[in-house]
Design a protein around this ligand. Structure first.
Ligand code: HT7
Ligand code: ZN
Length: 876
C-alpha cells in the first residue's frame, strides 16, 4: 500500500449533502445484516462525471441512480488487509443534472467484525466506531472528513435483544414490527462527516438527568451502561454536567441539540469517541464509583467525559478538512480538557501530570523511529497517527499560542474561528489565522511548530560579573535531526522565567544594562539570545516555568543549587521540576558508580525530602506528588542512549530503602497526625490525603514494620483507592497480609474493571515472565478484549523493567508474540503493542539487541499496515 501525502489533498468533485441509512439487523441469524442508503449528491465541479466511493468488506446487493437500476459502475479490489472494494460510479448519462440520488444496498459484517471499527458486536451490544476510516465498513461513501452531510437513520432489530436503538441527533419515530422486531428513526440536523456517525443497539441500564443551558434550553442527558452497572454512572453524569457548564463559562459555548447521550461499551480500542450527540465510550473511561474506581480513574473519567463533550464544538461543529489536520481538533480539545481539569481540581497537579506525559513519553516519540510533526506530511495507516505528538504536543502548541496572546485574545480568536468556520471542515492554518487576526499578533514564524518534528534543546548559561554588576544570560536552542526530517530551524519559544536572589526571594522588575525591561516571558525566536541584566547581586535563573514551551532545558547547576530551588522557589511547578532534576542527579551519580557524588546527591535529596515532609499538610495532594522519588520510567525517558533499565530499577529500590531508613520514623509521626479524611467525597483535598497516606505508608512499612497500619487501611476503607493501595503496599513491601488479597478477590469477583486494576498491579510487581503469563488465567481474562490485554502488557513494559528487560529476552519476546497474535484480528491493538518495543534505540547494546531481534522477527511475519508501518520504521 502506498502512503498518502498531505500535499496530495484534492477537494471533492461531488458532495453527499443528505444521507439516509436504513439498517436491518436480522433477528434470527444476526447476519447478514444489511444497510440500504439513499444518498443525495450535489455536483461541485462542473463537468465532473464520475466519482469513487470507499468500501471495505462489503457485498453490494443493489445500486440505483435517480430511482433506476444502474450498470455504469466498477468495483475495484484494492490491495491491503480486508477487502477494499472501492465503488466507482460513472454518471455521464445523467445529462448534467447537478443533484441526483444514489441508492445502495449492501451487507455488512457485524458478528465477525473483530476490528472494533465499523459496526461490531461489543459483547451483547451492537455499536459503531467510525473514526477515522470505519464508515467504509458500513457502506460505500465518501469516507473522508470534508464531506459534510445531514444524516437520517432508521434502525430495525429484534426488540427483546436490542430494546434500545440509538443514533445521532434527535429521535423522530419508533414503533413495533412483526416477528418481535422494532424500529427507531433518528435525525441529526447538523451536517457532519461520516467519522462522526454512530449507532448503538442493545439492552442497557440508563441514568437520566437534565441540563439547562445558559440560554434556558433544556437538554436531556442519558448515560447507558451494561445492565447492572447503572449505579456506577453517577460520577460520569456529574462530570458531564460540570463539563457543559464549564464550556459555557470559560468558552461561551452552549450545547446545541435537545439530547446528549453517552454509551459505555466493553470492547473499544481507545478511550472514547465524540460522535455527534451520541458519544461512545470504552467502559473503563465512564463506569466507576468510589467502590470500584481509584481517585486517579475517577479523575480520568472526568477528563475523558469533558474531552469528548468539548469536541462538540472543536471537532464536530468545526471539523478537519483531512486527516493530516487531526491536531486541529485533538490538540485543541486536549488543551480544553486540561484547562477543565485545572479549573476543576488543581492547576499545578494537572500541569505536572500533563508535562509528565510529554517528558516521559512524547519526547521519546519525538526522537524515536516514528517521529513526526503534529501535522504529519506522510501517513501509511491513519490509525497510527493518534499519537502523543498529535494530541499532547498538539495541546502544548495551542498552550504556547495562549501564552503568547493571553486568555482574552485567545477567547477572541476562538469566537472568530467559529464565526468563520462553523459547519465547515478546515485546516490548522485556518485556526492559527483566526488567532493571529483576533489578537493582532503575527504567528507566521510560530507556525513552524506544525511542520517541524523533534524536541528543541535549550541551553541556559549564566555568568555574574560582580565588578560591572551584570548578569550575562545566554539562551541557545537547537533541534537535532530526526528520523523523518534532517533539517531543523529555530522555533518560537515562549520561556517563562523566574529570577531568585540568594535568600530565595523572587526578583522582579529587572532591566537590561541598556534600560529595557526583562520580561517574565522571554521569547526566544532565533537560535541564540544574549541578555545583559543589570543587578548588584548574583541571581538564580529558573526558566521554562510551568513548562511554557515543550523543550528540554540544559542548565549546569550544582546539587546545592537544585536543592535551593526545590526548597525556595515560589512556583510549585518549578519546585517539582527542580526535585526531578535533583533526583536525576542522584540516579546519574549511582549509575556511574561514583560513590562520593552519589552520597552527596542523595544526602541533599534526603534534606529536601525532610523539608517537603514538614510541609506536606499544607497541600497533601501536591506534596504526595512531590514526595515520590522519580520512578524508573521517568528516568529512562531522560536518556538519549545507553540506558541500562535494570540498573535504573536497582537505584530506585536502593533510594526508596534509604528513604525508609532515614525518614520512616518522621513519616510515621506525620501519618499519626493526619486529619481524618471523613466519609468519601471526590475532591482534591480528600484525594490528596488518600494519596499522602499511601506515600507515607510506603515509607513506614518499607522494612516490613507496622504492617497493622496497612491492614487497618484496608479494613477501614470506604473506598476503592484505599483498598487497592493497601494491596499494593502489601505486595510491594512483602508484608505477608494474604487475607487482604483474598477478601479483595471475593469482593470484586464480578467487577471486570476492578480486576483489570488488580492485573496491572500484579503485572507491575511480577518477579518473572511466567508470573505475568499466569495472569491470563484469571476468570475475567479475554484475549480479544483490548482492556484485558493492555491491563497486563502496558504495566509490564512501563513499570516492570526487571521482567520486561530481563536479559534472557523473555519479556520483550512476550510483547512481540502478543503483538503478532492480536495483529490477526485487531491491527490497532497490535500496533499499540509494537509501540512498547520502540524504546530500543535508547537502550544499552545488550538490551537493544534483544528488542531488535523481536522487531526483526515481527518484520519476517505477515503483518497489517498498522503494525508493519511501525516495525519497518524501527528497522529502517
Ligand atoms: N477522536 C477519537 C478518536 C478515536 C479513534 C481513532 C482510531 C481508532 C479508534 C478510535 N476511537 C476513538 C478519540 C478522541 O480523541 O476523542
Ligand atoms: Zn479527542
Amino acid at each position: 500500500n502506498k502512503p498518502m501525502l498531505r500535499a496530495d489533498y484534492r477537494p471533492l468533485d461531488f458532495q453527499i449533502v443528505d444521507t439516509y441509512l436504513d439498517f436491518n439487523f436480522d433477528s434470527k441469524a444476526e447476519f447478514p445484516s444489511t444497510v440500504r442508503s439513499k444518498l443525495t449528491f450535489k455536483r461541485l465541479t462542473p463537468g465532473a462525471t464520475s466519482f469513487v466511493l470507499d468500501g471495505q468488506d462489503l457485498q453490494l446487493l443493489k445500486l440505483r441512480v435517480n430511482g433506476l437500476a444502474w450498470d455504469d459502475y466498477k468495483l475495484e479490489n484494492l490491495p491491503g488487509e480486508g477487502k477494499f472494494q472501492n465503488l466507482t460510479l460513472d454518471i455521464s448519462k445523467l445529462d448534467d443534472q447537478d443533484n441526483f440520488v444514489v441508492e445502495i444496498e449492501n451487507t455488512l459484517e457485524v458478528e465477525n467484525n473483530k476490528l472494533l471499527s465499523g459496526i461490531y458486536k461489543a459483547g451483547e451490544h451492537i455499536c459503531s466506531q467510525c473514526e477515522s476510516k470505519g464508515f467504509r465498513l458500513i457502506t460505500y461513501y465518501f469516507d473522508r472528513p470534508d464531506n459534510l452531510s445531514v444524516f437520517t437513520v432508521k434502525i430495525t432489530a429484534d426488540k427483546a435483544k436490542y430494546p434500545y436503538l440509538l443514533s445521532n441527533g434527535n429521535p423522530v419515530e419508533s414503533g413495533d414490527l412483526a416477528e418481535g422486531k422494532h424500529f427507531a428513526v433518528w435525525h441529526d440536523p447538523f451536517p457532519k462527516p461520516s467519522y462522526l456517525f454512530a449507532l448503538v443497539a442493545g439492552e442497557f441500564d440508563v441514568l437520566e438527568d437534565q441540563f439547562v443551558t445558559k440560554s434556558g434550553r433544556k437538554v436531556d442527558l442519558k448515560i447507558f451502561a451494561e445492565v447492572g452497572k447503572g449505579h456506577q454512572l453517577h460520577f460520569a453524569m456529574s462530570s458531564l454536567k460540570r463539563s457543559m457548564k464549564w464550556d459555557e463559562d470559560r468558552f461561551d459555548l452552549e450545547y446545541d441539540l435537545d439530547l446528549f447521550m453517552i454509551v459505555a461499551v466493553s470492547f473499544f480500542n481507545m478511550g472514547a469517541m465524540e460522535n455527534k450527540g451520541l458519544n461512545i465510550f470504552n467502559e473503563s473511561a465512564l463506569v466507576g464509583d468510589k467502590d470500584t474506581a481509584t481517585d486517579a480513574r475517577l479523575k480520568r473519567i472526568d477528563k475523558v467525559v469533558g474531552h469528548e463533550y468539548f469536541h462538540n464544538w472543536t471537532g464536530d461543529r468545526v471539523t478537519c478538512r483531512d486527516w493530516f489536520q487531526l491536531t486541529l481538533k485533538e490538540g485543541l480539545t486536549v488543551f480544553r480538557d486540561q484547562e477543565f481539569t485545572s479549573d476543576t481540581f488543581d492547576r499545578t497537579i494537572e500541569r505536572i501530570e500533563s508535562v509528565a506525559i510529554m517528558q516521559n513519553h512524547q519526547f521519546d516519540e519525538d526522537r524515536g523511529p516514528t517521529s513526526h510533526p503534529i501535522r504529519p506530511e506522510k501517513v501509511l495507516s491513519q490509525d497510527n497517527f493518534y499519537t502523543l505528538t498529535v494530541y499532547d504536543k498538539g495541546s502544548e502548541v495551542i498552550r504556547m499560542i495562549h501564552t503568547l496572546i493571553g486568555e482574552q485574545n485567545f477567547q477572541k480568536g476562538m469566537k472568530l474561528y467559529f464565526e468563520r468556520h462553523d459547519g465547515k471542515a478546515v485546516t490548522c492554518d485556518d485556526f492559527v489565522a483566526a488567532m493571529a487576526d483576533a489578537s493582532g499578533v503575527n504567528l507566521d514564524r510560530f507556525k513552524l511548530w506544525y511542520s517541524q518534528s523533534g524536541t528543541p534543546h535549550v541551553t541556559v548559561k549564566q555568568h555574574f560579573d560582580a565588578e560591572h554588576q551584570v548578569l550575562f544570560l545566554d539562551l541557545e536552542q537547537v533541534t537535532y535531526p530526526t528520523h523523518n526530517q534532517k533539517e531543523k530551524h529555530p522555533l518560537v519559544l515562549p520561556l517563562k522565567t523566574i529570577f531568585l536572589d540568594r535568600e530565595g526571594n523572587q526578583v522582579l522588575d529587572l532591566k537590561t544594562v541598556d534600560g529595557k525591561p526583562v520580561e517574565s516571558l522571554i521569547v526566544l525566536e532565533e537560535a541564540k539570545l544574549n541578555l545583559q541584566i543589570a543587578t548588584d547581586k548574583p541571581l538564580v535563573v529558573v526558566t521554562n516555568v510551568d513548562f511554557s514551551a515543550p523543550v528540554i532545558v540544559h542548565q549546569d547547576r550544582s546539587f546545592e543549587e537544585l536543592a535551593f530551588v526545590a526548597q525556595h522557589i515560589p512556583n510549585e511547578y518549578s519546585r517539582y521540576q527542580a526535585i526531578q532534576d535533583l533526583n536525576f542527579e542522584v540516579y546519574k551519580a549511582h549509575l556511574t558508580n561514583n560513590p562520593v557524588l552519589a552520597g552527596q546527591a542523595l544526602g541533599l535529596y534526603l534534606n529536601v525530602f525532610e523539608t517537603l515532609l514538614g510541609k506536606a499538610l499544607d497541600n497533601p495532594a501536591l506534596y504526595a506528588t512531590l514526595l515520590r522519588f522519580t520512578t524508573p520510567d521517568a528516568v529512562a525517558a531522560r536518556f538519549e542512549k545507553d540506558l541500562d533499565p535494570l540498573a535504573v530499577a536497582k537505584v530506585y529500590k536502593h533510594v526508596n530503602e534509604t528513604l525508609t531508613r532515614a525518614h520512616g520514623h518522621r513519616a510515621l509521626a506525620l501519618y499519626q497526625d493526619l486529619p481524618e479524611v471523613g466519609a468519601f467525597e471526590f475532591n482534591v483535598q480528600q484525594a490528596g490525603l488518600r494519596d499522602l497516606k499511601y506515600v507515607l505508608l510506603r515509607l513506614i512499612t518499607g522494612e516490613g514494620e507496622h504492617k497493622e497500619l496497612v491492614r487497618d487501611l484496608y479494613t477501614n476503607a470506604d473506598n476503592f483507592t484505599d483498598r487497592i493501595n493497601a494491596l499494593n503496599l502489601n505486595l510491594t513491601n512483602n508484608l505477608g497480609l494474604a487475607e487482604l488479597e483474598k477478601e479483595f478477590l471475593e469482593r470484586y469477583h464480578h467487577e471486570v474493571l476492578v480486576l483489570d486494576a488488580y492485573q496491572s498491579l500484579r503485572a507491575t510487581l511480577a518477579k518473572d515472565i511466567n508470573e505475568v503469563k499466569d495472569l491470563t488465567k484469571l476468570h475475567t481474562y479475554d484475549a480479544h478484549n483490548p482492556n484485558r490485554v493492555r491491563a497486563i502488557l502496558n504495566p509490564l513494559a512501563f513499570y516492570n523493567y526487571n521482567v520486561m528487560y530481563n536479559l534472557d529476552g523473555t519479556g520483550v519476546q512476550y510483547i512481540a508474540q502478543e503483538a503478532l497474535r492480536t495483529d490477526k484480528f485487531n491491527p490497532q491493538l497490535s500496533s499499540n503493542l509494537v509501540n512498547l518495543l520502540l524504546k530500543f534505540f535508547k537502550l544499552a547494546p545488550q538490551y537493544q539487541k534483544l528488542v531488535l531481534e523481536q522487531l526483526e522477527f515481527l518484520a519476517s511475519q505477515t503483518l497489517s499496515n498498522n503494525a508493519r508501518e511501525k516495525v519497518e520504521s524501527a528497522l529502517e
